[in-house]
Every structure is written in structure tokens, then in C-alpha cells.
Design a binder for this molecule. Structure first.
Ligand code: THU
Length: 161
């Protein structure tokens, strides 16, 4: 028997201009996408932006429904739209921004478990790391790959490379 340790590295930015031009663009797209959020029930508005391997950015936002489980998170809206519009194109990054009543929360907006699983699937499909950028008003976190936010991923751990 032994106890193992898992280490996760990620980058914390205290402002947008510390980031690469490409990442800044993706963050801005996520913030812009937040404006299209339809969240009359939770009032928590989320925007997401996916970058494809050719530089294309696909945006999405959370879409709620009076039958609550029928709604969908911003991240999955963006990823499903990306793969439906550009099937087979690798997704190399996703940025997420959200907050109540259209604001951006201070804490970075962290994706739910279901969205992480969907990120894992598309990362495997694309055979490229998908960076995950969580945007907050006071700090931004960047994780280089989905494993960093979903260790021991179901079904895909050894298949990417
Ligand atoms: N939501 C997202 O869009 N992304 C997340 O990662 C967390 C939650 C949405 C779902 C729902 O419309 C609202 O935020 C409140 O949970």
C-alpha cells in the first residue's frame, strides 16, 4: 500500500494584459458571449468561448428553460456548437466568464462536472490539449489541459497522445 500525491499546476493572472494576445481575445469573446445568456431562473449569466486549432472562435452562453433540467451550460452550448459547425476540428482552448445579473464574479468561473466531462471527450477527439481559462473580475486562472481540472478522467485518460 502507498499514498500517492497529485500535483496540478496552473497560472493565475491578476489582469488581462498579463495574458497572451490570443488568450486575451478568447477571454473577451467569453465576456461578450455572456451578453447572450438566457438565465431568467438562476439569474447567473455565463459566457464561454472555444478556440479551434485554426484560430476560429465559437461562442456560447447558458440557456435556461422553465423545465429546469432542459437548460444547458454555456460551455456545453459553445462546445456542441463548435463540433456541430466544424466537426472534427480540435478545440485548443475554452474560456468561461460568469456572474449574477450579467456581472463578472470576483472568483474565476469554474465549470461544472458535466461540462468538464464534455471537455475531456473533445480533447480526446481533437488529440490536442484543450486549455481551460476561468475568468474572474479579480483574477484569471489558466489550466493547460482538461486533466488538470478533471483528474482520472473517465474513458479518455490514456488515449490522447
Ligand atoms: N452554468 C454554466 O453555464 N456553466 C457552469 O459551468 C456552471 C453553471 C449555468 C447553468 C445555469 O444556467 C446557471 O449557470 C446556474 O447554475
Amino acid at each position: 500500500m502507498k499514498t500517492l500525491n497529485l500535483e496540478i499546476n496552473y497560472t493565475e493572472y491578476s489582469s488581462l494584459d498579463e495574458m497572451s494576445a490570443e488568450d486575451q481575445e478568447l477571454v473577451r469573446a467569453a465576456v461578450e458571449a455572456q451578453k447572450t445568456s438566457y438565465a431568467p431562473y438562476s439569474k447567473f449569466n455565463v459566457g464561454a468561448a472555444v478556440r479551434l486549432d485554426d484560430g476560429t472562435i465559437v461562442k456560447g452562453s447558458n440557456q435556461e428553460n422553465s423545465a429546469y433540467p432542459s437548460g444547458l451550460c454555456a460551455e456545453r452550448t459553445a462546445m456542441f456548437s463548435a463540433n456541430a459547425t466544424y466537426p472534427g476540428r480540435a478545440m485548443v482552448g475554452i474560456a468561461i466568464a460568469g456572474g449574477f445579473e450579467g456581472g463578472i464574479d470576483n472568483a474565476p468561473c469554474s465549470p461544472c462536472g458535466a461540462c468538464r466531462q464534455v471537455m475531456a471527450e473533445y480533447q480526446t477527439l481533437g488529440k490536442r490539449n484543450m486549455a481551460v481559462i476561468m475568468v474572474g473580475a479579480s483574477k484569471i486562472w489558466k489550466f493547460e489541459k482538461v486533466e488538470d481540472i478533471l483528474p482520472f478522467i473517465f474513458g479518455s485518460f490514456n488515449e490522447k497522445k
